[in-house]
Design a protein around this ligand. Structure first.
Ligand SMILES: Nc1nc2c(ncn2[C@@H]2O[C@H](COP(=O)(O)OP(=O)(O)O)[C@@H](O)[C@H]2O)c(=O)[nH]1
Ligand SMILES: [Mg+2]
Ligand SMILES: [Zn+2]
Length: 224
């Protein structure tokens, strides 16, 4: 069917551009995170916390993907790190082409960590590689236990999954053990974090882990 072929071609073209982005990030030893979740899980809140904690230790840049507004970009700008906004004008995910444009507007020299906040959507962002080192998916305790099995691709492709809003768990019927079992059934090697942005829980652990990843990439490129 021609429709299927078009989708295959789009993904192939995207993979080629993604490889170019990835090459550029590798040359400059920049560790790149593609942060994904449904709207409202806490991506921007987690980023605000991570920036505050890691900014004294490393040079961070942010790319904000949003459908129409610049609200998240303003929140990140107030933290004093370079940020580039991608307005997708309705498109429900970021692709490698958009990231290529964005990095042309960002000074990559000296950057050590680049985090891309993808469009809030648990479905198609996972299908589009953007040149990242890792995908991280955030799920919050208020979204319900069914989400990992309903939207498996995001969880399957992620190197880490963050369970956010653990401060609210007692007000929900969220079952943490079921969450761990379901995600593990999709992805055996995933790393888990539990966080609360309002109570500042689990964010130090997340930052230590990110810092290690950044250093691993820097050491690997020094060894080349
Ligand atoms: N109680 C609670 N609220 C949170 C937490 N993290 C984020 N929020 C709130 O959830 C809403 C959505 O957060 P935001 O960071 O904008 O999510 P995003 O759409 O994924 O970027 C905001 O009102 C945040 O203040 C958390 O850990 N606990
Ligand atoms: Mg956001
Ligand atoms: Zn989409």
């Amino acid at each position: 069917m021609s429709e299927i072929k078009v989708v295959t071609n789009i993904l192939k073209a995207n993979d080629e551009l993604s490889a170019l982005n990835s090459k550029k990030f590798d040359e400059k030893s920049i560790y790149v995170i593609n942060l994904m979740s449904s709207p409202g899980s806490g991506k921007t809140s987690i980023l605000e916390k991570v920036i505050t904690k890691l900014k004294p230790e490393m040079k961070i840049g942010i790319i904000e993907g949003d459908l129409y507004t610049t609200m998240d970009t303003q929140r990140i700008e107030s933290k004093g790190v370079p940020v580039v906004q991608i307005n997708t004008e309705g498109a429900c995910h970021l692709d490698a082409n958009m990231i290529q444009d964005a990095i042309n507007n960002l000074n990559l020299n000296g950057l050590e960590l680049l985090v891309v906040e993808n469009v809030g959507n648990l479905v198609c962002p996972a299908e589009f590689e953007i040149g990242e080192d890792i995908k991280i998916t955030v799920l919050s305790t208020t979204e319900g236990n069914d989400k990992p099995l309903k939207y498996p691709l995001a969880f399957e492709k992620s190197g880490a999954v963050i369970l956010n809003k653990v401060d609210l768990i007692e007000y929900t019927d969220f079952d943490k053990q079921r969450f761990y079992d379901d995600v593990r059934s999709i992805n055996e090697t995933v790393t888990f974090f539990e966080t609360s942005c309002t109570k500042d829980l689990g964010l130090d652990e997340l930052c230590i882990w990110i810092k290690n990843k950044v250093e691993e990439k820097q050491n690997a490129s020094k060894g080349k």
